[in-house]
Every structure is written in structure tokens, then in C-alpha cells.
Ligand binder design. Structure first.
Ligand SMILES: [Zn+2]
Length: 297
């Protein structure tokens, strides 16, 4: 009897350690990229770095999506809290990305240096966007109706075909004035080209006439993941609509701060913007095992 108890204890300890360390990381560990962790279902994953302290939650299958900030530092510490209460820490090495400088000419002067008369307009845009992304705020709890289902599991498609006219992360200089880095990918396409939903989800914002983004749609795909579609000629969906992958949500335009017709396609996880193209190969991302340091319960 006694022997059996000891055996069980050892077995149980060993299982805990193994379970905590049996983690697979899939995708590139590079600034501005999305990767995912595959393991046992976890309560949450905390990512500590110099820029943000975020928590990411796994879905029922034990997949946790994580976004790396454009300026993520070289070393990032990740702590995984497993369902059984055990804690494991991992040191992640982040590859730096090369960001281009993009010089854009012909921007209307009031869009380069907005005057005070646009302050209210800009504030409305920021408030609406923050509210739309709010489901992902404060710790990455799953947002909206997407709570119970990971819409992103079906994969993502390009919302529109076309030449990439502006990469994610570019440092942008408008009419010679340096501006904030580009938060999405620009895809050039003729005005009026239909724009498709990259994946199923719920429309959380369909806003009109924003100062920077013009007409814009944001779709929530669950677990704090959203895609953003800006400068639309028009939007054909309203907030609250459920969309399926490939549904037409609007048309390419040049509303807001745009010099020609294009789609600004953005992606946000837990309010961290990342390169939207890293959604396209979710199923094909290369996985490898990582070992962590068991930190107890
Ligand atoms: Zn853009």
C-alpha cells in the first residue's frame, strides 16, 4: 500500500513536469509576427516584455495565439499557467525584422498635420477603434460572441487581390514629415473592387468618414483576434452582423488619409498590431518544441 502511494506521487510529479514543458511553438519568432503555442489547454499565457505585459488565453483545443509587437525586444519572457496550476517560464529569442522607410507624397496637407478643427473628428475615430478592440483589452479575454468558438481555426484568405503598395511596420514619411509606423498592409486595387471577410466572425465596427481610415470595418474572430479593413468606398455590413469567410463586406476606395484606391488590411491580437499576412499560413507554420523552466504551482 505504502509503495503504491510513493509510486503514484512520483508518477504524478513527473506528469506535471512533462505536461508543463511539452509545448510546441509554431511560426516565426520575429517582430511583428503572429505565432501560436500548442500544448495542453492552458488557463492563460503571460508574455512579459519591455513593451507590453499581456495575457493570452488558449482555446479549448489548447492552441494559444500570440502576437509579437513591431518593436518586440530581442528577448521576451513567457510564463505559461497550466490548468493544473503549474507555472513554467520560457525565454523566447526574437528575430529582428527589417522595416523599410516609405516616402509618400501627395498627401493632403491637412492629413499630414491635422489642425485643431479636426481634433474632435480624430477623437471620435480613436474612441470607436478602441471600443471595437476593447474585447481584447485588459488581459485578452475572448471578445464578443466569438467567446465559444475560434473562428480563426478555419484559416484566413486575402480580402482582395492586388499589388502590395505598403508593408506592415514601414516607417512612413508623408510629404517629408515622419509619421507613426504603418499598422497594416496596403493592397492596391481598383476602386469598387469587392472586399471579402478574411475569416468568419462578428462585425464589431462599421464606421463612416473617419479622418485617417475613412470608412472602416473591424471583424472579431474570437480570442482577441480582429481584422481591420480601411479606406473603403463603402461598407456593406453593420456592427453586429455575423459574416462568413469570403462574404463581401464593402468595396475598395480611397477614403480618409489615402492617395489612391487601396485596401488597408490590418490585424490585431489582444490589441497588438501584427503583420496580417502571417494569418495566411496558420496551418502551415513550422512547429518546434521548446523547453521551459518549471516554476512550481
Ligand atoms: Zn495602410
Amino acid at each position: 500500500m505504502r509503495f503504491r502511494v510513493i509510486c503514484l506521487t512520483i508518477f504524478s510529479l513527473a506528469t506535471t513536469v512533462t505536461a508543463a514543458q511539452a509545448l510546441e511553438i509554431c511560426g516565426d519568432m520575429r517582430q511583428g509576427e503572429l505565432f501560436y503555442i500548442r500544448g495542453n489547454p492552458m488557463e492563460n499565457t503571460n508574455i512579459f516584455n519591455n513593451l507590453d505585459k499581456k495575457s493570452y488565453f488558449s482555446d479549448k483545443q489548447g492552441i494559444t495565439l500570440v502576437a509579437l509587437h513591431r518593436n518586440a525586444p530581442k528577448e521576451v519572457k513567457m510564463v505559461v499557467y497550466a490548468e493544473n496550476g503549474s507555472k513554467t517560464s520560457y525565454e523566447l529569442e526574437i528575430e529582428p525584422a527589417q522595416w523599410d522607410i516609405q516616402r509618400i507624397k501627395g498627401v493632403q496637407p491637412h492629413h499630414v498635420a491635422p489642425s485643431k478643427t479636426h481634433a474632435a473628428e480624430i477623437a471620435r475615430e480613436q474612441k470607436d477603434v478602441n471600443m471595437a478592440l476593447a474585447g481584447a483589452k485588459g488581459g485578452g479575454k475572448p471578445a464578443g460572441v466569438a467567446d465559444s468558438y475560434s473562428f480563426w481555426r478555419e484559416g484566413f484568405i486575402l480580402p482582395v487581390e492586388g499589388r502590395i503598395s505598403g508593408h506592415f511596420g514601414n516607417q512612413r514619411i508623408f510629404n517629408g514629415v515622419p509619421k507613426s509606423p504603418h499598422s497594416g498592409t496596403d493592397i492596391a486595387a481598383p476602386e469598387g473592387t469587392p472586399v471579402k471577410a478574411s475569416a468568419a466572425g462578428k462585425v464589431v465596427l462599421s464606421g463612416k468618414d473617419y479622418f485617417y481610415t475613412g470608412n472602416m470595418v473591424i471583424i472579431d474572430h474570437g480570442y482577441g483576434l480582429q481584422t481591420i479593413y480601411a479606406h473603403l468606398k463603402d461598407a456593406t455590413v453593420v456592427a453586429g452582423d455575423d459574416v462568413r469567410q469570403g462574404d463581401i463586406i464593402g468595396h475598395v476606395g480611397k477614403t480618409g488619409r489615402a492617395t489612391g484606391p487601396h485596401l488597408h488590411w490590418g490585424a490585431s491580437l489582444n490589441n497588438v498590431r501584427f503583420r496580417p499576412h502571417s494569418l495566411l499560413d496558420l496551418a502551415d507554420k513550422k512547429c518546434r518544441n521548446i523547453t521551459g523552466k518549471y516554476m512550481g504551482e
